[in-house]
Ligand binder design. Structure first.
Ligand SMILES: N[C@@H](CCC(=O)N[C@@H](CS)C(=O)NCC(=O)O)C(=O)O
Length: 216
């Protein structure tokens, strides 16, 4: 049985959990904080979560996990069969990870852990996220899903990483992406009604609120 390690408050963990639910794969969740101890590093070389345990061993890095799961459990498919369309799907995933999640993550210390505002990040992050959002809007079809008619890994990454970015921009800049970009707001509202997404999202939000409260 697949074992999923990580914390429900994590957007990356939420992506992998959604994939497992979408594909009806039986799995066990094991709470694991990120860290740098040797045992963890032998399972997840960067000490990050999520990672999974398979019959063959441990695997980290969400994109790698997507590819492994897709080949191991091909139905329902979450990538298009066509190579170019599949590559475009991966392009969107990279954009939301690198230009929405990663810059927003620079505010994680302040927003989640109550640290002081990083002034450099304050000035640098907003324009990067604006560019990332432009790129995303130019690529997304919203018909009704990001890549068109089929729900895919691009939706899973977009839902959780844009949600993560918005959680930070609202707090730091008073900037709600779903208001400045209503096409994204409408898309997120529609897709978050999907059963596995709704289930994972509510667990993630609950866990995030509990984490923030516990740190106060
Ligand atoms: N590139 C990683 C990113 C995962 C990631 O950033 N996970 C966060 C939790 S949401 C983490 O483990 N952070 C701890 C750290 O960066 O050391 C992936 O695709 O899985």
């Amino acid at each position: 049985m697949v074992k999923l390690y990580g914390v429900p408050a994590s957007n990356y963990y939420s992506c992998v959990k959604t994939v497992l639910l979408e594909k009806n794969i039986t799995f066990e969740e094991i709470i694991q904080l990120p860290g740098q101890n040797d045992e963890l590093l032998s399972r997840s070389p960067m000490g990050k979560v999520p990672f999974i345990e398979t019959d063959n061993g441990f695997l980290s890095e969400t994109n790698v996990i997507y590819d492994y799961i897709e080949e191991t459990y091909p139905t329902p498919a979450l990538y298009p069969a066509d190579l170019f369309a599949k590559s475009k799907t991966k392009e969107v995933i990279r954009i939301v990870e690198l230009y929405l999640d990663a810059p927003a993550r620079r505010h994680l210390g302040k927003v989640v852990f109550g640290e002081t505002l990083n002034e450099t990040a304050y000035n640098e992050v907003r324009p990067i996220i604006k560019k990332g959002l432009n790129a995303f809007i130019n690529m997304a079809k919203f018909a009704p899903f990001v890549m068109g008619e089929e729900f895919s890994y691009a939706d899973i990454a977009s839902i959780f990483h844009i949600g993560f970015a918005n959680f930070h921009t609202r707090d730091i800049y008073g900037w709600d992406i779903t208001e400045t970009h209503p096409e994204i707001g409408n898309y997120l509202e529609h897709v978050s009604k999907r059963e596995p997404v709704a289930q994972v999202m509510s667990g993630m939000e609950k866990s995030l609120i509990e984490l923030i409260e516990s740190l106060k």
